[in-house]
Ligand binder design. Structure first.
Ligand code: ATP
Ligand code: MG
Length: 651
């Protein structure tokens, strides 16, 4: 098995996978196989007996990425590996240690954070409008993630922000009030989960000893986005040991607004001088067309980020060109995206291989509407609320009951998928799907559980209902819904680490990407990195679009994003792009008349259907041989390609 785990890895990846149990750091761009490297490393550590799987804890940042890591590990024959978000890992540990260390059951996680912020804000007269509250909540989150206490807030904010001292003073009072209200009501917010876990491990020697005997190997994906608080937790877990593997890409730091910093990633080698440090450059995810755009986005980086530039080299063969489209308004843009998604699905692409990525969650509404209108199934983000649905809860209870040995029927071994189908019949899994509506939604969710059972059965030969119940429990805790066959609608932040065959990157307008409130050069650079994250999610098809106004028929109030300069053609009409002298695939300069006519460099691939090109050539040959055929029919190769590429043939 351990030899198999090395096949399908390049030299750099292999180096990191084979490194002995100790500090390892992989610094590399998007799609270069960082996540693949750590999953193979975990599988190899287990296969070689260096660590039993129960000793390894892998952490990442989004629930979906954690789920993705678990499913890749299952695929490598390591079921039951712990891959969690920092928060879900801390929650699990705190649940276990809290009664002993603090006493009583663990306080619940605060559900209405904004209400508490509003109460605290009202008390000090700091304003309770939505924008103010959002800013205040953001400041509190930043301070806690940066290990800044209310008393130190003013000084720390002065160092990091542009806030006036008065505003900072007020924010500090809201912060202190919020902490007090939370404590009084015996609730915890997400950051408290991490802070308390740190405190327990740092202060309670018994707990620390027990924890460290259990976990001996740590792996962190997306390490560029670690906050000081998360790093402190990691240090508390390690307790001076160095069995730590980290992977990251400084160009994908997209949480610095919340206190994240690539400093830890970039400083890893100095902190652990004996670390194995690997750099990867070959991109295995995306076509050269997509990689070119990713390189262009990063090439535009300014300031500190500019020094971190990593050039990616594509390993995959060419695919279709990147599409750039301008729309008069957002509803039109959303309709066009839904229609294109529908066309891809009609052409045989699974809906789950398509994603629409946007800057802010509020953009999802337009796309939900357009997808529904076009009859395209979709899932918003990872479907976080999946496990809150009554039918899913009922199904989990049913699976758990059926898995209990006392209730087990006969012990005729039945395969997991058949067994789970039977168990779910009383919950509402009929043989045929009910017509569209709420019953159908219920049915779809139950079917998602059957698909999950198929996944578990494929990964673990002989898996039973108990294995499924355990998987469901882990997923429910991590809020990681099973994949539903639908187009993913997700924010760029939520898309980190994931990949799809086709990606629609929407809303590339000034005010949306970069977002309105990004003002300082650092904030603009973070927006640029978000775009880089978005571009690099696509395997083969990338469509970038923007609109000139928010509402239908609205005035043209918005401009396309500054980040598109030098990347997208100057206008969405390709023939104009040719006149602008830039290639509409790679954005590079066009150097001769043929290239100008094509609107792209000759080596940049065409999106024309080769059969159509052949048919046109054939037709041209036949027509040009006919007597009396006017000259305009005998068009040049460049014009022929323009027709085949369905560009306006005004050249
Ligand atoms: P990101 O920065 O976006 O998280 P990553 O560096 O973690 O990207 P992976 O997700 O691990 O990249 O890999 C990207 C894709 O390339 C995956 O589909 C993976 O299976 C594939 N891949 C990685 N390495 C190889 C390889 N050596 N051979 C073939 N495919 C590979
Ligand atoms: Mg990754």
């Amino acid at each position: 098995m351990s030899a198999e785990l090395l096949a399908g890895l390049d030299e750099g990846q292999r180096l990191a996978v084979q490194a002995p149990s100790g500090p390892v750091c992989v610094l590399a761009g998007a799609g270069t196989g960082k996540t693949r490297t750590i999953t193979h490393r975990i599988a190899r550590l287990v296969a070689t007996g260096a660590h039993p799987v129960s000793e390894i804890l892998a952490v990442t940042f989004t629930t979906r990425a954690a789920g993705e890591m678990r499913s890749r590990l299952r695929g490598l024959g390591v079921p039951g590996a712990q891959a969690r978000t920092f928060h879900s890992a801390a929650l699990k540990q705190l649940r276990y240690f809290w009664p002993r260390s603090v006493g009583g059951p663990l306080w619940p996680v605060l559900e209405q954070k904004m209400r508490l912020v509003a109460m605290a804000s009202r008390r000090v007269g700091a304003g309770t409008d939505t924008a103010t509250l959002r800013d205040l909540a953001g400041e509190i989150e930043w301070a806690k993630a940066s290990l800044v206490a209310p008393d130190d807030y003013v000084a720390a904010a002065g160092r990091h922000h542009r806030d006036t001292p008065v505003a900072a003073e007020l924010a500090a009072r809201v912060f202190a009030g919020y902490e007090e209200l939370k404590r009084e009501s015996e609730q915890l917010d997400f950051d408290d989960l991490l802070l308390h876990t740190c405190a327990v491990l740092e202060d309670d020697e018994d707990v620390a000893r027990e924890f460290r005997a259990r976990y001996r190997c740590f792996v962190v994906d997306e390490y560029q986005d670690v906050t000081p608080l998360q790093q402190r937790l990691l240090d508390a877990w390690l307790g001076g040991r160095d069995q730590l593997t980290v992977v990251g890409d400084a160009n994908q730091t997209i949480y610095s607004f919340a206190g994240a910093s690539p400093t830890y990633l970039l400083g890893f080698a100095s902190r652990y001088p004996e670390a194995t440090v690997v750099k990867l450059e070959r991109d295995y995810r995306s076509t050269p067309q997509v990689v070119t755009v990713a390189n262009q986005v990063i090439a535009g980086a300014q300031g500190r980020a500019a020094r971190l530039r990593l050039r990616l080299t594509a390993a995959l063969p060419p695919g279709p060109p990147v599409r750039y489209t301008e729309h008069p308004d957002e509803p039109t843009e959303a309709r066009a995206v839904a229609e294109q998604a529908a066309a891809l699905i009609a052409g045989g692409m699974p809906a789950s291989e398509i994603a629409v990525l946007y800057r802010i969650n509020a953009q999802s509404e337009a796309y939900e509407q357009s997808m529904a209108a076009a009859g395209v199934p979709y899932v918003v983000r990872g479907g976080e609320r999946f496990f809150a649905r009554p039918e899913v809860r009922q199904a989990m209870v049913a699976v758990r009951r059926a898995a209990a040995p006392a209730d087990a029927p006969g012990a005729e071994p039945v395969d997991l998928v058949t067994a789970v189908r039977e168990v779910l019949v009383p919950v509402g899994l009929t043989a045929e799907p009910p017509p569209a509506g709420s019953l159908r939604e219920r049915w779809d969710n139950l079917l998602a559980l059957v698909s999950l059972a198929e996944e578990v059965a494929a990964a673990v030969p002989g898996a039973g209902l108990a294995d499924l119940a355990a998987e469901l429990e882990q997923r429910a805790e991590a809020q990681h819904a099973p994949t539903v066959d639908g187009v993913t609608l997700a924010s760029l932040h939520a898309a980190k680490g994931l990949e799809w065959d086709a990606v629609f990157l929407v809303g590339l307008s000034e005010g949306t990407l970069p977002i309105q409130h990004a003002e300082t050069p650092d904030e603009i650079e973070e927006e640029r990195r978000l775009l880089y994250v978005g571009v690099t999610r696509a395997r083969t098809r990338l469509a970038v679009s923007w609109s000139l106004s928010r509402s239908e028929g609205g005035r043209r109030t918005r401009r396309r994003s500054r980040f598109l300069t030098g990347i997208a053609p100057e206008s969405s009409v390709p023939s104009r792009a040719a006149r602008s002298g830039r290639c509409r695939v790679c954005g590079g300069p066009l150097t001769d008349a043929t290239q100008a006519k094509l609107g792209r460099c000759e080596q940049c691939p065409s999106n024309a259907d080769p059969d159509l090109v052949d048919a046109l050539r054939d037709w041209r040959r036949r027509r040009s041989g006919e007597a009396g055929v006017p000259a305009y029919v005998v068009f040049s190769d460049a014009t022929l390609l323009a027709i085949a590429e369905r560009r306006p043939a005004d050249d």
